[in-house]
Design a protein around this ligand. Structure first.
Ligand code: CMC
Length: 423
């Protein structure tokens, strides 16, 4: 596998390390043998660290490229539905008509309301944060589906993937309706995945129709969030999974990691920030605070660890955002207008230009979700629904390939040894 070698010299001693070439992307230096020579590597935030081998998603941050199983995100957004992308991520190929029909019916057969999960949900106060509720409900699935799980059985892993893709949107809709003290609306098998989700969240009766514009925008938001290589939540799912933990518990851990405002929680934080700014005349003062190194404030929805020129998901969503606002006739909403002003001012500001900080997917998704009438506290839950196939595909790939328990080391800076104080 390794045709090339890298030579590391420490204190005059040289060590040859294998270098692997991926099918596309930067070469990778294998440092695993350094431990036997008495060294660790140090890379806080894992900015230069590869944690696994994967054939699911490829990102080139400099070029703004995102591909799933070799297909560009732009083509997938244009030609596929979210559910087709779920199939692609899990099975490695786009489905033909029969395969897709089987996949859809397998998902539908898992879309039943579970009394057990209903009773867990009912224990939450109405004002509980939906992300905390989602994390708990998926965690509760681990308790419910434990004895029957054999992670080494590929069929069992497929059932787990299908069950999660089927149930997570239901749990999300149930969470919203519980918070509003509304009866749950059961899923309708004749509706598409995103349409069904909006139906379960907002319909008053079984026959209520869902606008195709809104259903398409929701499907596209799900699709654009479906997977994103080894980000914080996916790495969390893999790390927990590497201990052979219950897969539903792994996904619950992924939900916890996603909640943070530096990751998926940014879509909610964008709207909170816009509300905090409050008025276009205050944008300059807010930007000044975000640029001050002594102030922790950041412009939410701007910047990305990997994308340094543009976020391709944001580009696709930017078009959807214009389309949705146009179709809904709400271009004049003051919050949306302020988002546009903030974007324009930040993009021409030297601080943001020099640090290559551009709007990311969450900047536009937050704004579209607001236009769709989704409450702000549900924004990151929408991200959960979209990212579920990516998490489960990455977990499945890891388990099927063989893996070691994830166990990083540290640069210890504490006391060497202390004497316990005597009285
Ligand atoms: N506003 C103001 N300054 C920023 C921002 C921002 N949003 N993002 C980065 N910077 C500055 C940062 O202060 C630093 O400045 P300096 O070089 O003077 O110290 C420089 O840019 C580099 O920042 P960093 O923290 O080293 O970059 P990172 O790669 O560790 O962080 C990030 C990436 C996404 C966490 C960060 O850009 C951020 O906090 N953005 C806001 C939150 C956000 O929108 N997150 C969603 C990410 S996309 C969805 C997802 O996939 O999860």
């Amino acid at each position: 596998m390794a045709d090339k070698k890298a030579r590391l010299t420490v204190d005059g001693e040289s060590i040859d390390l294998p270098v692997y070439s991926p099918t596309v992307g930067p070469d990778v230096v294998d440092v695993a043998k350094l431990i036997s020579l008495g060294y660790f590597t140090y890379d806080p935030g894992y900015v230069s660290t590869v944690s696994c081998e994967s054939a699911i998603t490829y990102i080139d941050g400099e070029a703004g490229v995102l591909r799933h199983r070799g297909y560009s995100i732009e083509q997938l957004a244009e030609q596929s539905s979210f559910l087709e992308v779920c199939y692609l991520l899990i099975y490695g190929r786009l489905p033909n008509d029969d395969q897709f029909a089987d996949f859809q019916s397998a998902i539908q057969s898992e879309q039943v309301i579970d009394d057990y999960l209903m009773s867990v949900l009912s224990s939450f106060p109405r004002n509980a944060h939906p992300m905390g509720v989602m994390c708990s409900l998926v965690g509760a699935m681990s308790a419910h589906y434990h004895d029957e799980i054999d992670i080494n059985d590929p069929e069992c892993r497929q059932t787990t993937a299908i069950r999660l893709i089927a149930k997570v949107p239901m749990l999300a809709a149930m969470t919203l309706r519980h918070g509003r003290n509304q009866e749950f609306v059961p899923p309708a098998p004749n509706r598409g995945y995103a349409e069904n989700f909006l139906h379960m969240m907002f319909s008053e009766s079984e026959s209520d129709s869902v606008s195709p514009i809104l259903a398409n925008a929701m499907d596209r938001i799900f699709l654009l969030h479906a997977d994103h290589e080894q980000n914080a939540s996916t790495s969390t799912v893999r790390l927990v999974g590497s201990t052979d933990a219950n897969p539903y518990a792994c996904i619950a851990a992924g939900i916890a990691a996603l909640w943070g405002p530096s990751h998926g929680g940014a879509n909610e934080a964008v709207l909170q920030m816009l509300e905090e700014i409050g008025d276009p005349s205050k944008i300059d003062a807010y930007l000044k605070m975000a640029k001050d190194p002594n102030n922790p404030i950041r412009i939410m929805g701007f910047g990305h660890r990997v994308y340094k020129n543009y976020d391709p998901r944001a580009k696709v969503l930017q078009a959807t955002y214009r389309e949705v606002l146009g179709l809904l006739g709400i271009q004049s909403d003051p919050t949306l207008q302020m988002a546009r002003d903030l974007e324009r001012v930040a993009l021409s500001d030297d601080y943001f230009i020099q640090r290559r900080l551009y709007p990311n997917v969450d900047f536009y998704s937050g704004i579209i979700l607001k236009a769709l009438g989704i409450p702000t506290s549900m924004f990151t839950v929408i991200f959960v629904v979209g990212r579920t196939p990516g998490w489960i595909a990455q977990w499945n790939e890891m388990i099927s390939k063989g893996y070691k328990i994830g166990r990083p080391r540290q640069l210890y800076t504490g006391d060497v040894i202390r004497e316990y104080p005597q009285d």
